[in-house]
Design a protein around this ligand. Structure first.
Ligand code: DC
Length: 226
């Protein structure tokens, strides 16, 4: 049995705070594995929709879901989103869109879904280390992480970043709608009963509104003693 400690750095925060970019930079820099837990929830929403599985049938279809929900992440290259690989197929663009985001936000608030996803997330903890990006990585999934970071930014700045990201993927977006959607998602994520979004008591909180990714990375690296 391999009882070597696998170091984990958790990066939590709301949508658009810069978690994805920073988690990717850290994974590439340290050559560690990456878990994009938001994308894992998104992939489950995509998988359920593709297989016409309604939430009320989740338990009935559990065996099928367990057998077929096979997801990997590839940190890819800077300036491109972390790749989501489902059964060896790159489905990044299929899950990184607002339609799936909405479905995901609804699914992610369900305790059945969160219980199912918990062990799937922990499987990503492998040597030489893991960068775990999400909402409850430091508070629920990897409570013993060596470093917990909570990134935040103003709503306007986060909406601007999301707009740039979606434009790059070829989607045209209405800023007012985007602000409204982000606000709704924030509310759902922070007010939900199960694993609400909040910084872990032992996390380092960084407001990225006025920082570029390199500056955020530099700040985080001050705390890395691995
Ligand atoms: O970060 P994202 O936009 O890809 O996340 C998609 C949704 O999944 C979002 O509504 C929050 C939810 N989520 C969650 O509840 N817990 C996580 N650890 C990660 C994401």
């Amino acid at each position: 049995m391999n009882d070597q400690i696998v170091p984990v750095i958790t990066i939590d925060g709301p949508s658009g705070a810069g978690k994805g970019t920073i988690a990717q930079m850290l994974a590439l820099d340290l050559k560690w594995n990456i878990l994009d837990s938001g994308a894992l929830y998104r992939t489950l929403a995509y998988f359920m929709s593709k297989n016409h599985i309604a939430l009320r049938d989740f338990e009935k279809k559990l065996e099928f879901i367990k057998e077929n929900f096979i997801v990997k992440f590839d940190p890819g290259v800077a300036d491109e989103p972390v790749k989501v690989i489902f059964h060896d197929q790159d489905i990044t663009n299929k899950v990184r869109n607002e339609e799936i985001a909405k479905k995901t936000s609804f699914l992610a608030s369900d305790p059945l879904i969160r219980t199912f996803i918990k062990p799937c997330q922990r499987e990503f903890k492998e040597l030489p280390g893991l960068i775990a990006d999400g909402r409850d990585m430091g508070t629920v999934i990897f409570t013993d992480a060596q470093l917990k970071v909570f990134l935040t930014a103003s709503l306007e700045e986060r909406a601007k970043r999301r707009q740039t990201q979606l434009k790059r993927q070829g989607s045209e977006v209405n800023m007012r709608l985007l602000l409204q959607e982000l606000e709704e998602r924030d509310k759902k994520d922070t007010e939900r009963e199960h694993s609400p979004l909040r910084p872990a008591d032992d996390s380092v909180i960084i407001d990225t509104s006025n920082l570029n990714p390199k500056e955020v990375l530099k700040e985080i690296k001050k705390y890395i003693q691995i």
